[in-house]
Design a protein around this ligand. Structure first.
Ligand SMILES: [Zn+2]
Length: 343
């Protein structure tokens, strides 16, 4: 029987509770739009004009210390602030508004300007993971903070403004819509089945037929996989085997395993096309609003926009207007590609 998967197939996204439309036979359709060029420019190890390099001054007038490991500071141009105006102009009619309160921080992964996380040692990546834990703990006790979002936009195509290896931390007085959807989906699944949704996702990935396997790499406590319902070609999740709502709850052994699996995954991504692989990386965590979220399963998600070295996935009318993703490739094939890459 011919394998017809990916030809007008819909797959349910259990976390977002929406259908993803797979149309993988479109991948090779003629393309006359924009293609992407990768900068091959050699960057220096220290850039005097970079506001993230050690010793340099920033727009606020503050100077970075001569840091050697990771370095965290409050963003000089935050998109949300602790001193957000509280006396807003009232919204008309049925509309609502509220102050966007919170704080945003920058996390430099390394003092070296011209590396990416994939080029750091596992020990250095562990420092980043432990900083994510520590920031989550520190920010979650602030009364105005209800959510700690940690992310990285890597590559110019993902909106990265500075090549210095860094990520961002947003501590906000609101809970992100994706987090709310994940909570509702987990609650509903638990009511229906008595199970933890993300554990059932891990089980389904584990139980998949060998020839359809989507697990890219795993170790004692962590699993990296492209889920059955992936919306982007190389959408990859790194999840602990144990359900914990926040990264700060991981043990040292789990952090070691996370650093190690991150290193493997990032190197494979770079080796896929022999270019620094662009991605949006997001750490999904439960809110820090004082409630318990025993069903929330923290995980890292990568949303790489490229489907080939030259072609990006456009979030277009289907996604923005229609609200459902159209996927151009099948997760099984993309996971096999990453498994075949050298780590
Ligand atoms: Zn720099």
């Amino acid at each position: 029987m011919t394998d017809t998967s990916g030809q007008w197939e819909q797959r349910w996204h259990p976390l977002l509770r929406e259908w993803v439309v797979f149309s993988a036979h479109r991948q090779n359709r003629p393309w006359t739009g924009e293609t992407v060029l990768y900068e091959s420019e050699q960057l220096p190890a220290h850039d005097a004009g970079c506001y993230l390099c050690p010793g340099n001054s920033r727009v606020s007038g503050a100077s970075n210390p001569q840091y050697s490991g990771v370095y965290v500071f409050d963003n000089d141009r935050p998109s949300i602030g602790l001193d957000a105006p509280v006396n807003l102009v009232a919204a008309p009619g049925i509309y609502q508004n509220m102050p966007a309160t919170g704080l945003t921080r920058v996390l430099c992964y390394s003092p070296v300007h011209n590396v990416t996380m994939s080029e750091l040692s596992t020990e250095q990546i562990l420092q980043v993971v432990q900083t994510w834990q520590q920031q989550t703990r520190e920010l979650s006790v602030m009364p105005e903070v209800r959510s700690v979002m940690i992310f990285e936009n890597k590559g110019e195509i993902c909106g990265m403004s500075n090549p210095h290896p860094h990520g961002q931390i947003y501590a906000t007085n609101f809970i992100y819509k994706t987090t709310e959807s994940y909570i509702q989906a987990a609650d509903e699944h638990h009511e229906k089945t008595g199970n933890i949704l993300f554990q059932d996702i891990l089980q389904a990935e584990h139980d998949e037929l060998p020839e359809r396997q989507r697990i890219v790499v795993q170790n004692d406590t962590m699993v990296a996989f492209i889920p059955y319902f992936a919306r982007f070609s190389y959408e990859l999740y790194i999840a602990p085997r144990r359900t914990v709502p926040h990264l700060s709850a991981l043990t040292k052994a789990e952090c070691d395993d996370l650093a190690s699996i991150l290193k493997t995954v990032l190197v494979r991504m770079d080796n896929l096309w022999g270019v620094p692989f662009p991605y949006l990386m997001m750490l999904h965590q439960a809110p820090v609003d004082g409630k318990d979220y025993p069903l929330f399963h923290t995980h890292l998600a990568f949303y790489p926009p490229m489907r080939t070295p030259e072609l990006r996935k456009y979030v277009a009318a289907h996604e923005i207007g229609g609200g459902n993703f159209l996927a151009d490739t099948m997760p099984e094939a993309k996971a096999a590609e990453l498994r075949a890459c050298s780590s």
